[in-house]
Design a protein around this ligand. Structure first.
Ligand SMILES: [Zn+2]
Length: 108
C-alpha cells in the first residue's frame, strides 16, 4: 500500500470523526421559499418583500427531486446534518483523488 500523504491523513481522520459522530448526516440541499400566508392584516399582504420564508429540504432520488418542508424548530439541526454530508463528501473526494497518481506507477 502506498504511503498516505499528510493531506490524505487529515482528510481521513476528519472523515472518520464525522462518520463516527452522533450528529446526523443528510444528503439534501436547504432551499428557502417565499410565500404569503393570505391573512389580509399580515405584513406579507403589503408586498413580496414582506413574504414569509419557509425552508425546504430538497434531494434528488432516482433522478427526481423530492422536497420536504422543514419545521422552523428543526432548521438548525437539519442545516447541521446537511453540512456534515457536504463536508464528508468533500473529504471523501480528497481521499479518493490521492490514489489517482498511483495508477500505472511502478510494477505491481
Ligand atoms: Zn403573512
Amino acid at each position: 500500500m502506498a504511503l498516505k500523504s499528510a493531506k490524505e491523513r487529515t482528510a481521513r481522520a476528519r472523515l472518520r470523526q464525522i462518520m463516527n459522530g452522533s450528529r446526523g448526516i443528510l444528503r439534501a440541499n436547504l432551499v428557502p421559499m417565499k410565500r404569503y400566508c393570505g391573512t389580509a392584516t399580515c405584513r406579507c399582504a403589503k408586498g413580496k418583500r414582506y413574504w414569509h420564508i419557509s425552508w425546504y429540504a430538497s434531494q434528488s432520488q432516482h433522478g427526481k427531486m423530492r422536497m420536504k418542508s422543514i419545521p422552523p424548530k428543526q432548521l438548525d439541526e437539519i442545516r447541521d446534518w446537511a453540512k456534515s454530508y457536504q463536508e464528508a463528501r468533500r473529504l471523501l473526494a480528497i481521499v479518493g483523488d490521492e490514489r489517482w497518481k498511483e495508477i500505472g506507477r511502478g510494477k505491481a
